[in-house]
Write a protein that binds this ligand. Structure first.
Ligand code: PNS
Length: 174
């Protein structure tokens, strides 16, 4: 059985991520979407547990992404350790633009040094989503833009609500 991991911050999952999930799931027997820690990013909008929950909601009703074929999990540690523990042969990454390339290749090379059995595979982002990132989504939500074109519809309300809560808290400070 061929199992792959799709790691990322997913704060929150976007339609670009979902596109990669569908395409990667079609290439492997099982795909684990793994909410992982990017130490260069700050705390974020959602906790890792919440991101897992939102991802599960986003994939739940999509044909081909049933549980068993696509699992959602989280890991506080190194991708290579998680891959080893779960018998994954490949890590899948989405590449949007040249700007992603340098950092992604660096991570791929380091991960291969740490675990030569884990291959990193890059999927070119769909042209529909090359502009899209979780950061852009958060910016849109902050200004009340319609998120329907950017994140799975199952999670639109959760993103808007969390942003409103956060802004309420920020407003009370100082
Ligand atoms: O969505 P992101 O933030 O671009 O994803 C980056 C992520 C989380 C996949 C990357 O930071 C990662 O693999 N983190 C897990 C810890 C790890 O293995 N770090 C070493 C990478 S060289």
């Amino acid at each position: 059985m061929k199992r792959a991991i799709y790691p990322g911050s997913f704060d929150p999952v976007t339609l670009g991520h979902l596109n990669i999930i569908k395409r990667a799931a079609a290439m492997f027997d099982e795909l684990i979407v793994c909410v992982s820690v990017n130490s260069s990013k700050s705390a974020g909008l959602f906790t890792p547990e919440e991101r897992v929950e939102l991802l599960r909601r986003a994939v739940r009703d999509i044909p081909g992404l049933e549980r068993g074929r696509v699992e959602v999990d989280s890991s506080p540690g190194l991708l290579v350790d998680y891959a080893k523990a779960h018998g994954a042969k490949a890590a899948v990454k989405g590449l949007r633009a040249v700007s992603d390339f340098e950092q992604e290749v660096q991570m791929a090379v380091i991960n291969r040094k740490l675990n030569p059995r884990l291959e990193t595979m890059f999927l070119a982002s769909s042209d529909k989503y090359t502009y899209l990132s979780s950061t852009v989504v958060k910016e849109m939500a902050r200004y009340g833009a319609d998120l329907g074109e950017f994140v799975p519809r199952e999670i639109v309300d959760a993103v808007n609500q969390r942003m409103r809560e956060l802004e309420g808290t920020e407003g009370k400070e100082g």
